[in-house]
Design a protein around this ligand. Structure first.
Ligand code: IPE
Ligand code: MG
Length: 214
């Protein structure tokens, strides 16, 4: 989810207004993903590198996380959505951690759809942690690493979308992206909606996936 700051700048608004609009997009795109029949949607909300941002912006972002969990978890639960978090969310303040754990607990048995939020997530960190855990248990094989990833048990990654015109992965799901299809759009995240998601899915559906075969 990239482009909140540029979305705000275009409107002569503070960056915080862009992040707020970004949360509205999260709500809409999460609903759209369910309506379009997706099994799982993962959103990169806060990277392990985002701590480099000014303190005020980090506090705006954590404020929005709290607000989102408080205001949206009932709807998610009512719609049979299971929440998962990847990344080390324990780095956030106690209130955020409590809210997250409450939401994970409340929705853990839901099976209609899985909404995964990446919080304080970095793929290199995830891989290092997974490899260390795998090594404790036995030989380090791809399957052994896979079983220790934060995404263990989630369906394979099919499509990765990045908004705002940047064409890079920025430490997101580096292991899982092995055979995923990549989709880049110039649209800024707050403008991304059901129509944009449908367009990405239509593009994905037209691709030929060979997984190294013929
Ligand atoms: C959202 O967009 C990223 C986060 C959710 C932290 P940015 O804040 O990176 O917006 P730009 O790249 O400055 O436009
Ligand atoms: Mg950005």
């Amino acid at each position: 989810m990239d482009g909140n700051g540029r979305w705000a700048k275009k409107r002569f608004l503070p960056r915080a207004a862009g992040h707020k609009a970004g949360v509205d997009a999260v709500r809409k795109v999460s609903r759209a993903a369910r309506e379009l029949g997706l099994e799982c949607l993962t959103l990169y909300a806060f990277s392990s590198e985002n701590w480099k941002r000014p303190e005020q912006e980090i506090s705006d972002l954590t404020g929005l996380m709290k607000h989102f969990i408080r205001s949206d978890i009932a709807e998610l639960h009512a719609n049979d959505v299971r929440l998962r978090v990847i990344g080390d969310y324990r780095a956030f303040d106690d209130e955020v951690v409590e809210l997250i754990e409450g939401a994970l607990e409340k929705t853990r048995d839901n099976r209609g759809h899985t909404l995964v939020i990446a919080l304080n997530y970095g793929a290199q960190d995830e891989l290092a942690r997974a490899a260390a855990k795998a090594a404790e248990k036995g030989p380090i094989t791809p399957a052994a690493i896979e079983a220790e990833l934060d995404t263990a048990g989630l369906p394979p990654l099919d499509l990765l979308i990045r908004t705002s015109g940047e064409v890079r992965l920025s430490n997101f799901l580096l292991w899982q992206v092995a055979y995923a299809e990549l989709y880049f759009t110039d649209m800024l995240w707050p403008d991304f909606d059901k129509e944009a998601l449908s367009a990405a899915l239509e593009n994905f559906a037209a691709r030929e996936r060979r997984y190294g075969g013929l």
